[in-house]
Design a protein around this ligand. Sequence first.
Ligand code: GRF
Length: 193
Amino acid sequence: MKIAVFASGSGSNAEAIIQATRARSLQAEVALVICDKQGAKVVERAASYDIPVYEYIPKNFASKVAYEEDIVQQLKENQIDFIVLAGYMRLIGTTLLAAYEGRIVNIHPSLLPAFAGLDAIGQAFEAGVKVTGVTVHYVDEGMDTGPIIAQEAVQVEINDTRESLTKKIQAVEHKLYPETLQAIFSLHKVEGE
Ligand code: GRF
């Protein structure tokens, strides 16, 4: 299974996934990282594992269709089977959805459908919920919608701050995402037999 990880920022989830593939607990290869933000830390992280990065600048393209067609071409050239979004701050459009139907997943730092959208951890913290968590889901045209594949709860303790809650959620993400991908890919294998 050849995967492409799409990321716009730090890339800590991308790195956790790469490490799981190298440890063979995730039987897949991260063959490409796609990044839409110049100077994003994920680019350095991918380079340190010798993983090719395709960086693009959305505003250099005439439209979303145009940049997504370009991305699809990159994916095909690299024989990518599956797309993993990890902090990719952009909605997936119809071009990518059509090319990779049922083969795009995302991770979100809340128990969806609660706290969709930006700053989910801050939203949960402000709301004062006692339980939040992490969701891995298939991607559709909406923002953080699409069928849920896996969720894990994280308790918000009385003395938690945004920062401590963020750390707890990230630790869960870095474990849950590789595990869930492995579960999805073993299913794909069975179905393909
Ligand atoms: C993660 O919290 C993920 O759930 C959300 O964006 C964040 C990306 O973090 N979609 P990183 O770039 O993987 O460190």
